[in-house]
Design a protein around this ligand. Structure first.
Ligand code: PGA
Length: 245
């Protein structure tokens, strides 16, 4: 099997006014340029308002820029939305699509997530396609069926290991401090990997932090982490990057 580079992605969600966000990005850039070790792939996904200034800050550093969402169309009458080519033009390399907060708060369906992911690929970026079961689905023993269905329905037709990353994020683990057992994560990742057309990376997300990063990354089938809350603290996020190095 070819060597799979790990990816550590920080999703800042709707956090950070300008001064705050720039300070956080600078702190990460400083750590990245000083580090002598071989680093994993690293993506920083700030809110849309910070993408342009953070892009400038990260230019020439090992830190890639990512966005948290995009519209499925390349342009048009979609007030308030942002198209993938606009994100690519700013220097984004990744776009998160189908995050559970968007699936819940904006009622995004698998079909919409797939259309968004396809627009990300058309714009030459990498889609981070999120999926994961809810607590009641796991309790009912339906988690594998649910995530397998989400994957089948939301994976872009043109997905390859170069242009697509999957993030397995159990909804009940996001922002709760709860994480699945290593055996549960391994089971989910194995189930997803078996349905993928090639060696597409599968990240784990949901209450990943500096304390549990090593164990999560040591779980078979985990190719990296999608980090929410802990990515707001440069110290914590960087220790997670080093745990993947
Ligand atoms: P969390 O969020 O790390 O704060 O649980 C993860 C995510 O939503 O991607």
């Amino acid at each position: 099997m070819t060597e799979r580079r790990r990816l550590i992605a920080g999703n800042w969600k709707m956090n950070g006014l300008m001064a705050d966000g720039l300070a956080r990005a600078k702190a990460l850039r400083t750590r990245a340029v000083r580090t002598r070790r071989a680093l994993p792939d690293i993506a920083i996904c700030p809110p849309a308002t910070l993408l342009a200034p953070v892009a400038k800050l990260l230019a020439g550093s090992p830190l890639a820029l990512g966005a948290q969402d995009c519209h499925a169309a390349d342009k048009g009458a979609h007030t308030g939305d942002i198209a993938a080519p606009m994100l690519a033009e700013l220097g984004c390399r990744y776009v998160i699509v189908g995050h559970s907060e968007r699936r819940t708060n904006h009622r995004e369906t698998d079909q919409q997530v797939k259309a968004k992911a396809e627009s990300v690929l058309r714009a030459g970026m990498t889609a981070i396609v999120c999926l994961g079961e809810r607590a009641e689905e796991r309790k009912a023993g339906r988690h594998l069926q649910v995530i397998g269905g989400q994957l089948d329905q939301s994976l872009p037709a043109e997905a390859t290991a170069e242009n697509t990353v999957i993030a397995y994020e159990p909804v009940w683990a996001i922002g709760t401090g709860l994480t699945p057992t290593p055996a549960d994560i391994e089971e989910a990742h194995r189930h997803l990997a078996g349905r993928l057309p090639g060696p597409i990376r599968i990240l784990y997300g949901g209450s990943a932090n500096a304390a549990n990063a090593k164990a999560l990354l040591g779980t078979p089938g985990v190719d990296g982490l999608l980090v929410g809350g802990a990515s707001l603290d440069p110290e914590a996020f960087w220790s997670m990057v080093l745990a993947a190095a």
